[in-house]
Ligand binder design. Sequence first.
Ligand SMILES: Cc1cc2nc3c(=O)[nH]c(=O)nc-3n(C[C@H](O)[C@H](O)[C@H](O)COP(=O)(O)OP(=O)(O)OC[C@H]3O[C@@H](n4cnc5c(N)ncnc54)[C@H](O)[C@@H]3O)c2cc1C
Length: 428
Amino acid sequence: MDQSFHTIIVGAGCLGTAAAISIAKLISGRGHKASDVCVIDKMVVGSGLSARHSGIVRTANADPTAAVLAQRASEMWADLEEHWGVGIKLENTGALWIARDTGGGRNAKWSGLERSLNEKGIGFNQLSLADARQICPDFVRLNDDEVFYHEPDAFQVDPSNVREALYAAIKKSGVILREKCEVLGFERDYVGDIATVVTSAGSFGCRYVINAAGPWSPSIFAGTGVSIPVSVEPVHVANWLTSLNEMPAGMPIIADYVNLAYFRQWRDGEIHMHQPRKRGIRETARAFSESPLSVLGADFMNDPTNQALGYSQMRIYEELARRRFSNIDQTVYSSGYRSFFDITPDLRFILGPDHRVPNLIHSLGSGQAFKYAPVLGEMMAEYVGGGGPLAGLGLEFSISRFSDGYMAEFWSKVQGCEHVLEAEGTGL
Ligand SMILES: Cc1cc2nc3c(=O)[nH]c(=O)nc-3n(C[C@H](O)[C@H](O)[C@H](O)COP(=O)(O)OP(=O)(O)OC[C@H]3O[C@@H](n4cnc5c(N)ncnc54)[C@H](O)[C@@H]3O)c2cc1C
């Protein structure tokens, strides 16, 4: 064995990096050194899904536990210096949520969300059309048959600043970073724990393994008999170059649930847009059954031929953008790319210890993980350290919920696709 660590983290995306930093802090006070933590990436820091997020940090969430975690994460991003020892520039734009009026000038579902979020101290309040106009640039179309909710504490960051912060925080923490080092497999001891992580740069002993390899997880862990139900759903991003004179006071993040698109102000006066994850079980099942992960692991994401935005997709986005913005006709398409949401069968996180391998702990996103990174890092530290309030919150996201029974029911809901996931898992 080349070296031994207290904890090895597989994957240096935003979740893996956050876990490494928090675990190093925790164990440094308990007779270990930060350098007893090693984060490994087969490419470089923040080069997976974390290379393609939109940098939006919103707390409002229909899932109450996710909302609590997002709230804590927002506080941590705002005070990153305290938690990671490095700062990051936040753009405090707030977010405007737009929905259809379902009657009486309200949206029934969102009024309920407003109440439950307010009870948790999360700002999310309906605005009149006139007030919504006040916070948007003139070119944003807001219509009479829509309703508006304001999340004043939402903010955005420039993803390139995030990547710099990840590198700076790793350096500051004293964690060992091994880039361009591929995890190839694992050796287990007599109780079933992972004792050794086998990589392209040698074998490393460890007490704990954190799986933060996102959509690569199924192929990495297949050899240990651990199936991890993660797949990807492709999505496109487009950036439209607009006049800086049209955005004198900036633009709030716009979560447009009428046209199903998110918009934010981006570098260089651009409007950045992408569509949200699809929510239906059929679409989720399709992403699993057609998953290219089974053939190539998640490496197809890094394939340059797979990253461009096609002409017809550009036209679809142009049409969506035109519905919301009056200035898109004179706007230049600036850039775009294909990206991927990491998804699970119920579109929720996989967090916490694995029920089959005692010292394996998962930290996988569910398509919107960037914003949760600092709080999930702390949660991982609590799991390694023997528990705590965040570890308690993580219990409902345990991978054990995807038992055979769960997956059988999942596939039975999707006619004609039964057990495709199982077939896929055995093919890996
Ligand atoms: C268009 C779009 C916009 C988004 N916008 C937002 C947003 O505004 N806010 C938000 O919160 N979320 C957003 N997301 C979601 C967010 O991008 C992801 O949920 C998040 O980046 C996932 O991070 P991760 O650390 O789990 O995974 P990754 O960043 O994919 O990290 C996994 C790492 O594992 C490494 N790896 C793989 N195999 C191996 C191996 N064998 N050995 C070692 N390392 C390995 C990979 O190289 C990779 O670096 C967006 C997603 C999309 C598609």
